[in-house]
Design a protein around this ligand. Structure first.
Ligand code: F6P
Length: 322
């Protein structure tokens, strides 16, 4: 009999619930006891830990967000905070912890694992910026939300001969913006990974206008040097050279809400169950991610010391297809 706990941390992502469910049910399947930590690392510090049975995770696979709650916990970044977290785990006789989250959460997991506690991470963030997983839980759903927004904007943009700046989330990573732009046939895509002269964007939109296009959609990553707000200010000063009338839509947290897609539910189920299997093998200190289609472990040390790169050939493709 083994006692394990699971928590969700950082920005919530659609599919986290499916991952929690998979951890609990695979744990119970092995005859283990499973506990849930409420509100991420903050709950670990305060000992907000509850037993989870099969029924507690019933009816959640289709729900976005996280039933355990999440938080960005500053105290856990301190040694004293992590020592408190460790005390809570020991008070509940918990032998291993599964951390579902993105970069910040897995950095926390690594720090705790260096203190000797067995931890397995599960790759989950809408940003898709986590080393060790080609796709993270939540990306597919967030991408489909931004794509739907783009499709909708295109309709009204065409009716009014307008240009739209559509800003999508992604922190420092341009993945969501790039994929939204390709899938939606955007005229321009602006991402942090590719430096940009706003003058080139003005020229580009002007060319689209001269070609007689009914609209121009520019997808902008929130982490780009020129985000939607800055670009809109620049465009305002050069309005006469653009041609189109301009509007701005910033999607923000709308992208994190909503029910998880089939892809995210399946990915989350595989990674959550895989994390439990990994603990059974006695091989902790890793992140479970998707590599070449397989659920695969990567050491947390490697995860936190590497930056995931996006495939810039896709950026070139977008430029050819626009
Ligand atoms: O990491 C996920 C994410 O949604 C980023 O895309 C975004 O920059 C950030 O979280 C927003 O954080 P918060 O929910 O704390 O405002």
């Amino acid at each position: 009999m083994k006692k394990i706990a699971v928590l969700t941390s950082g920005g919530d992502a659609p599919g986290m619930n499916a991952a929690i469910r998979a951890v609990v049910r695979n744990g119970l399947h092995k005859g283990w006891e499973v506990y849930g930590v409420r509100l991420g690392y903050a709950g670990l510090i305060s000992g907000n830990i509850i037993p989870l049975g099969a029924r507690e995770v019933g009816g959640i696979i289709q729900r976005g967000g996280t039933v355990l709650g999440s938080a960005r916990c500053v105290e856990f970044k301190t040694e004293a905070g992590r020592a408190k977290a460790l005390r809570s785990l020991r008070q509940f006789d918990i032998e291993a912890l599964i951390v579902i989250g993105g970069n910040g959460s897995q950095t926390g997991a690594y720090e705790l694992s260096k203190m000797g506690f067995p931890i397995v991470g599960v790759a989950s963030t809408i940003d898709n910026d986590l080393y060790g997983s080609e796709m993270t839980i939540g990306v597919d759903t967030a991408l489909n939300i931004s794509l739907e927004a783009l499709d909708r904007l295109k309709i009204t943009a065409s009716s009014h001969q307008r240009a739209f700046l559509l800003e999508v989330m992604g922190r420092e990573c341009g993945y969501l913006a790039l994929m939204t732009g390709i899938a939606g046939g955007a005229e321009s895509i602006i991402i942090p990974e590719v430096p940009l002269d706003p003058e080139d964007v003005v020229d580009h939109i002007h060319k689209a206008y001269e070609k007689g296009k009914a609209h121009a959609i520019i997808v902008v990553a929130e982490g780009a040097k020129y985000n939607a707000t800055k670009l809109a200010a620049y465009f305002d000063e050069h309005h006469e050279r653009i041609g189109f009338d301009l509007r701005v839509t910033i999607l923000g947290h709308i992208q994190r809400g909503g029910n998880p897609s089939a892809f995210d539910r399946i990915l989350a189920s595989r990674l959550g169950a895989g994390a439990v299997d990994q603990l059974e093998k006695g091989e902790a200190g890793v992140l479970m991610g998707l590599l070449h289609g397989e659920v695969s472990p990567t050491s947390l040390e490697e995860v936190v010391n590497n930056k995931k790169k996006i495939d810039l050939r896709l950026f070139e493709l977008a430029n050819i297809l626009d």
